[in-house]
Design a protein around this ligand. Sequence first.
Ligand SMILES: *Cc1c(COP(=O)(O)O)cnc(C)c1O
Length: 379
Amino acid sequence: MSTTDPAPPVPALPTQDVDRSDPDRRGWLKEAVRKVRAESGRSADTHLLAFPLPEEWGVDLYLKDESTHPTGSLKHRLARSLFLHALCNGWIRQGRPVIEASSGSTAVSEAYFAKLIGVPFIAVMPRTTSSEKTRLIEFHGGTCHLVDDPRTVYEVSARLAAESGGHFMDQFTYAERATDWRGNNNIAESVYQQLAGERYPEPAWIVATAGTGGTSATFARYIRYMQYDTRVCVPDPENSCFFDGWTRGDPEATSDCGSRIEGIGRPRMEPSFVPAAVDRMMKVPDAASVAAVRQLDRVLGRRAGGSTGTGLWSSLRIVARMLAAGEQGSVVTLLCDPGERYLDKYYADSWLARQGLDIAPYTRTLERFLASGEWVEPH
Ligand SMILES: *Cc1c(COP(=O)(O)O)cnc(C)c1O
């Protein structure tokens, strides 16, 4: 063959065509999505409670009561969003388990949704998680896998998913993106609608604690999207790295033990925590959180979990600053979950004593403030 001969025709590649669509899988998926969306259709909005303050202060405080969801916490919203996101991505399969790393509340809500669509559920949680949450997860048909070191929940969850062919939901990565932040009756849109008839309908501050960081991100994005002037404050408990990581701008910040305030405070800067969305952070002592949540019980007759106390302490401190500055407006925080889950913790003096927590100075600050408007920092 000489070099001038025409090149032989290139043999045509066989057409490459891989169709993985499967009518059974599609049918199951459609039905699962229908069940989750129908559950949302059956659910009502949560109340925005007013925390009584003297009217002449010109500052109003509200708590969005997320404890009234069917699974008792703000994680009901998150679990619904995570299931829809994972189902629509094709990540959850018939007969395969869903696995989650959780400090408890998310797992309670996810166990409920897993049961609703008929897949097994495994929660990987620190051994210190309240026994009431373990009971609720099992009540909803889930299984609890307890670990001694809270920092290992992620890798243990990933390993269980790999071994079982299941799906690691990974709330700490996906919380911020699974939620519809532009509206669709998310928590932020709901709050603004509920404030419409109030004397200060556009709050000066929204105070949201952070576990995944998803709630604070949803509020902040919605506020900017709607061009409101509201600012977002995230109070952080002891043993959490969010405050340090945020103030130093350090995404590698860590802490070496778990938070005592269940649901909030993390040992690492979670991917779902969006620092740039947050306007202000406050480090709140755990004793202040407990003092505040007990104060809430005395003022409103409602028992809530420790994270509600963290948010309330921070909110009242902001109210005090506004009052001192002669600023008028409203502040909104969350009632995240019910106190019945923590009767042997935040409502037990024996637990406080074992933890070496003295709430008396913080209670004095709160009582003096509510009686006189004067905020004296405890020391
Ligand atoms: C998750 C949680 C929070 C914080 O919400 P994120 O959206 O995860 O930041 C607050 N309180 C409780 C009880 C929680 O479970």
